[in-house]
Design a protein around this ligand. Structure first.
Ligand code: EPZ
Length: 421
C-alpha cells in the first residue's frame, strides 16, 4: 500500500500536458474486439484501469502489447467470450466488452457489476439496448450472459432516471455497427468520449452519424477493419489541473485542455475569479487564489462533469462565501466530503447537494481516498492545507490519473509517494 505525503505548495508555474482520456480509451480498446485486424492506439494513458482492460483482452485470446507509447491490439481469431470475475470485478468499465463480444462472437459472459462507492450504478440501459437489437440476456452465477443468433437494427431509447448513459451508448453503438440494418439511438450520451469511440469506429469502417448529439444513427456493416487512432486528451485530468492552479495560484499552460470539452468547467472557474484563455493547443490558467464561491450542478455533457465534482468541492472549500454543489448524476457521490471536513472544510449535506462555506485555511490530516476523483480532491486540498496531509488509498488515483503527482511536482507542488505500512 502506498500513500501520498502532501505539503502546502504554490504558486504553480510552467507547462503540463494532459494524457489521453481513460474513459475514451477503455471502450475504444473494447471496440477493437469488433475486428480481427490489428489496431494501433496512441495516447492511451498508462493507468491501472487500462492495464485491467488489457488483461481482460488477453484472457479473451487477444494479443496486446505496448510499442513505445502506442498500444497494439491484435485480436486475430480470438475465441474468448468470457470476462473473468477476478479482472472484470475490479472495474465497472469492463461492462463495455459485453457489446463487442456479443456482436463478434454471438455470445458474451461478463460479471454483473457489484456495489460501487459512488452510489448505485445499474446497467439496465445496457441490457435494454442489447435486447432491442436481438440479444437474449440471462443472469447466471452473478454473470450477465448475452446470446444472439442474429442482431438487427432497431430504435433504442437510452434515457435513464439520471439522463443518458455514456457506456450504454457506447455498448449499443458498438453492437449496432455489425447488426443488420439501421439502429437509431435516442437520448444518446453526447460526451466527448462517446464521440471519440464513434470516430474510432468510423475509422474502422462503421457507418455512424449524429455522434455528439442525442440522436445517433448507425447502419450495420458486414465487417470492420483495424485502424490507427489517437485518443482525445483527458478533459477530467485537464480540469483537475486547471483547478489545482486555481487553488494554489500561479500561471500554467495546460496543453491538451480543450475549451469545447470544458466549457462548463471554464465558465465556473472564471466566475470564481480564475483567468483562463485558450493558448498553444491548450489553456493558460492564471490565479491569485482569491477565489469566489459559486453554484455548480453536475449534468451530462455539455454540463459540468460529475467526474470533476470532488475536485471542485475542494476548491469551493477555500473560496470566499458560500458555494453550492449539486450532484445530478450520482446523488451519493460525496465520500470525499467527510475527509475534507477532517481537514477543516465547512460542508453540510442536503440530499444531493453540498453547501460549502469557504474557510481561510484547511489543515493537513491523514485522509482516505475512497475513489478515483475523491483522491484527486484530497491531493488538491492537501496542497493548500497547513501542515502535512497524508492521502491513503492512492491506488484509486492510479486507476485513472497517469502521473498526476509528477505533473504537479513539475509545476512546483510538494508531494511525494511513500509506502504505507
Ligand atoms: C462513465 O460511467 C464514466 N466511466 C464515469 O467515470 C462517469 O462518472 C460517468 O460516465 C458519467 O459521466 C467510464 O467512462 C469508464 P453512465 P458510466 O452510465 O457510463 C445511470 C470516473 O471517475 N445509469 O453515464 O458507467 C447511472 O447510475 C468514472 O472516471 C442507469 O440508470 O456512467 C448514472 O446515474 C466514474 N442505468 C447515470 O445513468 C444504466 O444502465 C450516468 O451513468 C446505466 C447508467
Amino acid at each position: 500500500m502506498e500513500k501520498l505525503l502532501v505539503e502546502r505548495s504554490g504558486p504553480l508555474r510552467g507547462t503540463v500536458e494532459a494524457d489521453g482520456a481513460k474513459n475514451a480509451a477503455l471502450p475504444i480498446m473494447a471496440a477493437c474486439l469488433l475486428t480481427e485486424e490489428e489496431s494501433l492506439l496512441d495516447g492511451v494513458p498508462r493507468v491501472t484501469d487500462v492495464e485491467i482492460m488489457l488483461n481482460i483482452l488477453r484472457v479473451l485470446g487477444v494479443e496486446c502489447f505496448w510499442d513505445g507509447d502506442t498500444l497494439v491490439i491484435r485480436p486475430g481469431s480470438y475465441t474468448g467470450w468470457t470476462a473473468p470475475y477476478d479482472l472484470a470485478g475490479r472495474m465497472r468499465a469492463s461492462v463495455c466488452v459485453l457489446g463487442p463480444l456479443l456482436a463478434k462472437q454471438g455470445r458474451a459472459r461478463v460479471p454483473l457489476p457489484g456495489g460501487c462507492v459512488i452510489g448505485p450504478r445499474p446497467i439496465d440501459l445496457h441490457l435494454k439496448g442489447l435486447q432491442a437489437l436481438g440479444a437474449e440476456i440471462a443472469m447466471d452465477h452473478g454473470d450477465i450472459v448475452a446470446k444472439a443468433e442474429r442482431l438487427c437494427g432497431n430504435t433504442v431509447h437510452l434515457a435513464g432516471q439520471f439522463g443518458s448513459s455514456v457506456l450504454a451508448t457506447a455498448n449499443v453503438m458498438m453492437v449496432a455497427t455489425l447488426a443488420e440494418g439501421t439502429t437509431v439511438i435516442e437520448h444518446a450520451a453526447c460526451e466527448p468520449e462517446v464521440m471519440d469511440v464513434a470516430n474510432c469506429l468510423i475509422a474502422m469502417g462503421a457507418k455512424i452519424t449524429g455522434q455528439g448529439t442525442s440522436v445517433m444513427r448507425i447502419e450495420g456493416v458486414g465487417r470492420l477493419r483495424g485502424t490507427r487512432h489517437r485518443i482525445i486528451p483527458d478533459r477530467i485530468e485537464a480540469g483537475t489541473l486547471l483547478m489545482a492552479v486555481a487553488m494554489l495560484g500561479g500561471d500554467v499552460l495546460v496543453r491538451g485542455a480543450r475549451l469545447d470539452h470544458l466549457h462548463a468547467v471554464v465558465d465556473k472557474l472564471v466566475e470564481a475569479r480564475v483567468s483562463i484563455e485558450p493558448q498553444d493547443g491548450g489553456m493558460r490558467v492564471r490565479s491569485t487564489r482569491d477565489l469566489k464561491g459559486v453554484e455548480v450542478t453536475t449534468l451530462p455533457f455539455p454540463g459540468f462533469p460529475t467526474d470533476l465534482q470532488a475536485p471542485m468541492t475542494a476548491l469551493m472549500s477555500i473560496s470566499h462565501g458560500v458555494s453550492l454543489m449539486t450532484e445530478k448524476i450520482y446523488p451519493e457521490r460525496f465520500m470525499h466530503v467527510p475527509e475534507l471536513k477532517r481537514m477543516g472544510a465547512q460542508i453540510s449535506r442536503e440530499g444531493p447537494s453540498a453547501i460549502v462555506k469557504g474557510v481561510e485555511r484547511l489543515s493537513g490530516a491523514p485522509v482516505n481516498a475512497s475513489d478515483l476523483r475523491a483522491s484527486a480532491a484530497l491531493v488538491l486540498a492537501g496542497l493548500v492545507a497547513d501542515n502535512r496531509t497524508e492521502v491513503f488509498g492512492v491506488e484509486h488515483l492510479d486507476r485513472g490519473y497517469a502521473h498526476l503527482e509528477h505533473k504537479l511536482v513539475s509545476l512546483g507542488a510538494r508531494l511525494t509517494r511513500e509506502r504505507s505500512s
